[in-house]
Design a protein around this ligand. Structure first.
Ligand code: DNO
Length: 348
C-alpha cells in the first residue's frame, strides 16, 4: 500500500513542504480545481500539477476527484458531451502515468454536515452531523454547512436543479450511472486507469435526493453494473461507517479485489442519523480502526490509503476536515498499525 495525503493545490495552507515531513507519506491525492465541472483536463495541466508535486519529492498518486457533471447524473442535457470529455480526461491522466481516479455520484451535494466547527470535550473542533438540524436547513438560503460544496451554483441554478431531481428516482440514478460506466470504464480498461467511486456521505438520502452508494447490497449491485476491476471503489470508513448496519471490515473482505483507494477515519455515532468526526484512534469512535487496517493487510491490499478528515487541534484553522496536524497523526497511527500487523504476521 502507499500512504497518501490530500492536498488542495497552491492555495492550500497545508503545503507540500509540510506534507513531505509527515513520516511515511509518499503520495499526494489532488485534483485540478479551476477547470469547470464537465470540461476535459488537458495533458499539459495534468503534467503541471504532477511536476509541482514531484519537485517537492512527492508523487501524484490519486486524483480526487474528477467530478461528474449533473447532466450525467440526471441523464439529460449534454450528458454525451460531458462523458466524452470525461473519457478525454481519463486518457490524459493515463498518459501522465496516473492509475487511480476517485469520483462520486451524489446528486447536487457532496458530503454534508450540520456543523463544521463543533467543540469536542478535549477542546478540539470537529465536523458533526445531526439529521434534524440538516433537515431544518434550506439549501436555497445558504445556511447549509457544505464543506464539499460546488460554490459555483447560483441560487436560481440550484433551485432548477433541485426541481429536476424531484422527477428522478433511485432507479433512474442507477440507470444513469450504468450509462456513464458503460462508456467510461471501457476507456479505463484500455488505458488501465482504475475508477474508484466514493460512497455517499452520509449514506442516506438528504433533502429527498436519491442516494445509492450507501450499503453492502447496493455496492454489490454497483460492482455488477460493469464487472471489471477498473470499475472499483474508494472505501471510505467514515462515510459508510456512520450507519450501524454497515460493517466496514466485512466490506473490505468482500470487495478487496475492487477497492483501489481506502479513506480511513473514525466517527462516533451519537444517535439515530447523528455522528461526530473523531480522532482516528479506535477508542475515540465507533469504528475499530485496528480491525479495518488488519483487514486491508490480510487481503494483501496494494492500493492507496489516506487518513481522512481530521479535527482542528492545537489552534489550527483552515479548510474544514483538512488541517495538517490531526490528519498527520492519523497517517502515523495507521502506518504504526500497519507495521505492527505486518511484523506480527511475519513472525508467526
Ligand atoms: C470528503 C471527501 C469527498 C470526496 C468526494 C469524492 O472529504 O471524501 O469530498 O472527495 O466525494 O468525489
Amino acid at each position: 500500500m502507499e500512504m497518501t495525503f490530500r492536498w488542495y493545490g497552491k492555495d492550500d495552507p497545508v503545503t507540500l513542504k509540510k506534507i513531505r515531513q509527515i513520516p511515511g507519506v509518499t503520495g499526494i491525492v489532488s485534483a485540478i480545481y479551476d477547470i469547470p465541472v464537465g470540461e476535459a483536463w488537458s495533458y499539459e495541466r495534468i503534467m503541471e500539477l504532477k511536476n509541482e508535486i514531484e519537485k517537492e519529492g512527492l508523487r501524484l498518486s490519486v486524483i480526487e476527484s474528477v467530478p461528474v457533471h449533473e447532466d450525467i447524473k440526471t441523464g439529460d442535457g449534454d450528458r454525451d458531451r460531458y462523458i466524452e470529455n470525461y473519457c478525454t480526461t481519463i486518457r490524459n491522466l493515463a498518459k501522465a502515468g496516473i492509475d487511480c481516479v476517485c469520483y462520486n455520484f451524489m446528486p447536487v451535494f457532496d458530503w454534508t454536515r450540520s456543523d463544521l466547527n463543533y467543540e469536542l470535550s478535549d477542546g478540539s473542533h470537529a465536523l458533526i452531523y445531526k439529521e434534524d438540524t440538516v433537515l431544518k436547513m434550506n439549501p436555497l438560503t445558504g445556511d447549509l454547512s457544505l464543506p464539499g460544496w460546488d460554490a459555483s451554483y447560483t441560487k436560481e441554478g440550484l433551485k432548477a436543479l433541485l426541481e429536476k431531481y424531484q422527477h428522478i428516482t433511485e432507479e433512474d440514478l442507477w440507470n444513469n450511472l450504468k450509462y456513464f460506466l458503460d462508456r467510461v470504464i471501457k476507456v479505463c480498461e484500455e488505458v488501465q486507469v482504475k475508477m474508484a467511486i466514493h460512497p455517499d456521505d452520509p449514506p442516506w438520502s438528504i433533502f429527498g435526493l436519491p442516494r445509492i452508494i450507501t450499503n453492502k447490497k447496493n455496492i454489490e449491485r454497483f460492482l455488477k453494473l460493469y464487472d471489471s476491476k477498473y470499475n472499483g471503489l474508494t472505501l471510505c470508513s467514515g462515510s459508510l461507517g456512520v450507519s450501524p448496519d454497515n460493517d466496514i471490515v466485512d466490506m473490505i473482505h468482500s470487495f478487496a479485489d475492487r477497492i483501489h483507494f481506502a479513506h480511513i477515519r473514525n466517527i462516533k455515532i451519537t444517535g439515530d442519523k447523528c455522528f461526530e468526526e473523531a480522532a482516528h484512534k479506535s477508542e475515540y469512535g465507533s469504528l475499530d480502526i485496528y480491525e479495518i487496517v488488519k483487514a486491508y493487510y490480510d487481503e494483501g491490499f496494494d492500493g492507496y490509503i489516506r487518513p481522512d478528515h481530521g479535527r482542528m487541534i492545537w489552534g489550527e484553522t483552515g479548510r474544514p476536515g483538512y488541517g495538517l496536524y490531526d490528519r498527520a497523526l492519523g497517517a502515523v497511527y495507521i502506518n504504526g498499525l500497519w507495521e505492527a500487523i505486518e511484523k506480527n504476521s511475519k513472525n508467526k
